[in-house]
Design a protein around this ligand. Sequence first.
Ligand code: NAD
Length: 471
Amino acid sequence: MRAITKHYIDGAFVDSHGREVMDIVNPTYGQVIARVTLGDEEDARRAIAAAKRAFAGFGRTTKEERMEVLRSLHKAISARTGDLTKTMVEEYGGVVQFAALIVQAGADVFLSAEKALRELPLTRSWGKTTVTLEPVGVAGLISPWNANAFFLCMKLASAVAAGCTVVMKPSELSALQTRMWLECVHEAKLPKGVCNVVSGRGDVVGAELVRNRDVAKISFTGSAAVGRSIMREGAATMKRITLELGGKSPNILLDDADLKKAIPNAFIIGFLNSGQACVAGTRLLVPKSRLEEVKQAILDTLPAFPVGDPADPKTAVGPMVNQTQFQRVQSYIRKGIEEGAEVLAGGEGRPPGLKSGFFVKPTVFVNVTNDMTIAREEIFGPVLSVITYEDEEDAIRIANDTEYGLHAYVSGTDIQRARRVASRIQAGRVAINGMLDDQQAPFGGFKHSGVGREFGTFGIEAFLEPRAILE
Ligand code: NAD
């Protein structure tokens, strides 16, 4: 049995002051594989103090020095991508194909941040006025469990590029991944105290970061409920805040969409990370006139997205992260049926042959209306809702009729038309014809999906504060 008992503070692995021990359960088999000792407020305060000391020097480094740090981090993470992928599969059941991609994206994000930093002017002047963009100070980085390695890399990259020092509080469900990731960071030999990590509960370690007056900025990825509480609590110390929250993303199939491509894409987008993705396109908007055709295409395509062992490269959908998440998805499926949606595929219960672990059946609902619970709330599992629309205007109306606005997808053959529709969607990102990414493009949400943006120059600016000197 592995035991994670240390945090990473001031450039060293140190014993936890907090004594609470939590089991790490492998979601594929439902067995305890490790124990993690959770930090407490005192651990958080030690880490904040180390970050504050380090900021005195690191906050004054040059662009070139920070670009060098980003390159070292890229090198250190790249050296262990295989191990990180394996741990992600083991600890949270991420399917191996997805885990490998996301870990690689995590390594790459340091080079993307290096490029963005190179291009970002940190000084501007006119007349006798000079404006410099200054790092805000110590940043608290709080992240969820669903793509841990990536969020750790992405948040650290932007903060370090800006010249901030950090205290990170990853999800308590990610202790093994975090430990391996930290070994890489240690190899990168950052100045002591620039990157500190404390494992622990959100309402203990996370809450201390949010309330502590020595933390200037919180960058949070997680649920809207916790995001709201961070905004409220952070107000007392006037925190700068970035929130990356949930989504209920629409995927609009225009009436000229090629179903041979659009339906497999709808599954890639909808079942991404076994549906445990903030960007999952879980509302499939289909022209009424093509519903029967779409239903047939869904039934023909679904077998190509099998559920099972996440370590098997053929698997598309792995287990849910834990028992709570398993039950949450089951209850949404039940709710969908109760509210009158029709199960086209999947449904309640475990998939045949998968008796242990937290597996759910990949599920597609039809006869869904946009006011049903399954169309409004984030399920965070492999559950797709097919909603019909009358015409283009109606599709846009339904797509925007949501509290969220993180991501959207549009599929169609006429690219001009697809662009026109995309330009009217209230979402931070709209991808045309597939699941796409660009690490220089801003990422973040309209409406309840968040505040602020990450990635590229937008992500670095979120850790900077302009100072004007006038002579
Ligand atoms: P969560 O909100 O429960 O937890 C996220 C993090 O916040 C964890 O580290 C948790 O310990 C911490 N936390 C909890 N309570 C806190 C408090 N009071 N103060 C400070 N920190 C606290 O979310 P989760 O279940 O880990 O992740 C799933 C959610 O994250 C989904 O809603 C999903 O959409 C969202 N998410 C968003 C993005 C994005 O980029 N927009 C990406 C991934 C996940």
